[in-house]
Design a binder for this molecule. Sequence first.
Ligand SMILES: Nc1ncnc2c1ncn2[C@@H]1O[C@H](COP(=O)(O)OP(=O)(O)OP(=O)(O)O)[C@@H](O)[C@H]1O
Ligand SMILES: [Mg+2]
Length: 265
Amino acid sequence: MQTDSNARSRGEILAVTGKGGTGKTTTTAIMAKLLVQQGVRPLVVDADPPVSLAYALGAEPTKTLGLFRKKLIEDPREKRRIADSERHMREFIYDEVLMEVGGASLLVLGRAEGPGCFCGINELLKFGIQSLSDKYAITLIDCEAGIEQINRLVVNRLTTLLIVSDASVKGIRTAEHLSRVAGEYAVDGTFRVGLVINKAGMDIHPLEKRAEEIGLEIVGLIPEDENVAEFDLLGTPTTALPDDSPCVNAVRGIMERLKLIDPVG
Ligand SMILES: Nc1ncnc2c1ncn2[C@@H]1O[C@H](COP(=O)(O)OP(=O)(O)OP(=O)(O)O)[C@@H](O)[C@H]1O
Ligand SMILES: [Mg+2]
C-alpha cells in the first residue's frame, strides 16, 4: 500500500463540481500539477465516466472501477473473496485499480461495464474515495457535471466544494443550486464552498454582485488561456502547461487562497 510521505496534518477532500464544460477537469488537473510541484502526492479521482481527467494528467485509463466491477461480476469466487472483507476490497483497489501518474495517485471511475445498473459502481466509487482518502493529505475529485453526483459522493466527508462556473449570471445561479444541494445532503455541514469563474472577461461586476447576494464567495477568476485550448487540441496533457501560463497562475492563486499550497516566493 502506498501512503503520502509528505502528508500534511489535515485530510483535505476537495470536490470540483459545476455544470458541463465549465472547466472542472482543467482546474483539477492544474491543481494536481501544483500539489506535486510542492512535493505533495494527491489522490486524484476521475469521477466522470468519460475519463477526461486521466487524459488531462497524461494517463491512459487502463484500470478503472468499472473494469474492476466487471471482473467481480464475471468471477463469483473472486467476488465472494473480496466482498467478504472491506480490507480485501480496499487492498484490491490499491493494488489493481489505483494508478500512479506524474507524482499523483489516480483513481478512475470509468464506465459501468457489463450487466447491472449503475448503482453498484457508484457504491464502489464512494467506498474507494472513503477508504483511500485517509492515506492522503489531499484528495481531489473531478465530478461529473450537474448535481447527481454530489449526493452520491462522500459529501459528508468533504472539506471543500469548489464550484466552477462560466462567466454568466445563469452560471452563478447553477452554482447556487449546487451549493444548496450539497448543503442539504451534507451530514456535518462543515465543508467550505468556493466559487471559481472560468474564462472570466474584464467586467465581472454583475457576477460579483450576484454571488454576494446569494452568499457565495468567489475564490478566483481564471482567464481564457489560449495554451489550454491548444493543448486540448493537440491532446497534450493539461499538466504539461507552462508554469507561467495564465490559467496555471490563476489556479495557483486559488490554491494559495484556500491554503492548499504554500505561497510561492
Ligand atoms: N481557462 C480556459 N481557457 C481556455 N480554454 C479553456 C479554459 N478552461 C477550459 N477550457 C476549455 O474548455 C473546454 C471544457 O473544459 P473542461 O473539460 O475542463 O470542462 P469540464 O467542466 O471538465 O467539462 P465536462 O463537464 O465535459 O467534464 C475544454 O475544451 C478546455 O480546453
Ligand atoms: Mg470534465
